[in-house]
Design a protein around this ligand. Sequence first.
Ligand code: HEM
Length: 404
Amino acid sequence: MTDMSTIPAFPATRAPGCPFEPPAEFSELRDNEAITQASCPAGIDAWVVSRYEDVRTVLSAPGISSRKAPSAHVTVGADLKRPVSPGNILQLDGKEHARLRRMLTPEFTVRRMEALRPYIQRIVEEHIDALLAVPKPADLYEAFALPIPSLVICEMLGVPYEDRDVIHKHSATLMAIDRDPQIGFAAYGQVQAYMSKLFEAKLAEPGDDLIGRMITRSSESGDPITAAEMVELAITLLIAGHETTANMIALSTAALLQQPEKLAELRENPELAPSAAEEMLRYLSVIQFGLLRYATEDIKVGEQTIPAGDWVVAALNAGNRDAQVYADADTIQLDRNGKTHLAFGFGIHQCLGQQLARIELQEVYARLFRRIPTMRLAVDPNKISFKDNALVYGVHQLPVTWEG
Ligand code: HEM
C-alpha cells in the first residue's frame, strides 16, 4: 500500500522548469506499480491508474461508466449527479452511447477524412501566410493554431462561410473558459442558439455535410436524431475538436522550438510528419488530468480490485511515458513506431476525431517549419505561460519570430 503522504492530488503540479513532463508523483506511482486513491477538487476520492496496461484495462472494462464527465474530478463544486444532456456522447454509456456513435462514425472514416486533406493543406498554407503578415513577434497560438481546427470543424458541420468568423470568435471565447467562466457561458449560449438555427435550416433542406447527412441517415434508420441531441453533439464536436488540436499545434511547436535538432530533422524530412504527429501526441498527452470513470462493477486491475461504486482516473500522460512500453519514454523520437499511444483515450469512447486531428498535425508539421525555417521563440522559454489549470494542456500564447 502506498504511503498516504505520497498520494498525488489533482491538479498536480509539474516540476519547475519541466513544462513538458507529467507531474512526478504520477510517474512515481506508475514506476512503483502502485494504484492508490487521490482526493479530487470535485470532493471525491478516485483511484489513479498510471501504467499503460492499467489505463487500457480500466478504459475498456465492461463495468465502467462515463456518465460523470471525463474530467469532472478537477472541477471544484462539479455536480456529479447532474443528468447527462441528450447528445452528450462523451458521457453516455451502453446502448445510448452506441446509438449516437453509430450515427456519427460514418462521418469520420479514413476516406472521408482524407477527402478533407486538400482543404486542410490550403488553410494551413493560408495561415502560414497570415502568420508571416502579422508584425513580429507573432503569437502563433492566436494567428495559427486556433483558427485552423475551428475552420476545419465549421467545414465539416456545414457552417456557411459567412458565419464562420462568428463561430470562430465564440469558440475562441469558449476555449478561454478557464479565464472567465461568465463570458464562457455566454459564448456557449450564443453557439447553442446558432447551432439550433442551423439544425432547423438543415432539417428543411439537408445538405451534403455532417449535420445534413446525420439528419438523413438517422431518419432513414427510423430513429431520427432530435434537435437537442444534434445541437449538443455539434457543440461537443466544436469544442472537442478545436481545443485539443489547437493546443496540440501550439504546445508541440513550443516543445520542438526548444529542441532545434529535432526540429531540423522534421524540417529536412517532411515524410516524418505522420510518425512525428503520433510521437508528439504521446509525449505531450494534452488531456492532462486524465479521464474520470465510475466503476459500476468490481474491476480487477493487476493485484488491485477497484470496487463497484468507486471513482477511477486513467492518467493518460503517465501511461504514455511508461518505460515498459516505450524505450526512452521521456525523449522525443520523431520516427518512433511504438505501440498505439493513449492520447486519444481507449475503449468505446476513444476519440472519434483522431484521424482528423492526425491530418491537421501532419500538415502543420510538413509545412510550417519548411516555410519558416528560421522560426524561433521570441521570449525566454521560462516566460511562456502554460495552461496548468485547464483540462487541455497548452500555452496561453506562443510568441515567435524569424529572420527576414
Ligand atoms: C489532438 C487532438 C485531440 C485529442 C488529444 C483528443 C482526445 C480525445 C480523448 C482522450 C477522448 C476520449 C474521452 C473519453 O474517453 O472520455 C476523445 C473523445 C472524442 N473526441 Fe477527441 N481529441 C482530439 C481531437 C478531436 C477532433 C478533431 C474531434 C472532432 C472533430 C474530436 C472528437 C471527439 C469526440 C466526438 C469524442 C467522443 C467519442 C465518444 O464518446 O464516443 N476529437 N478525444
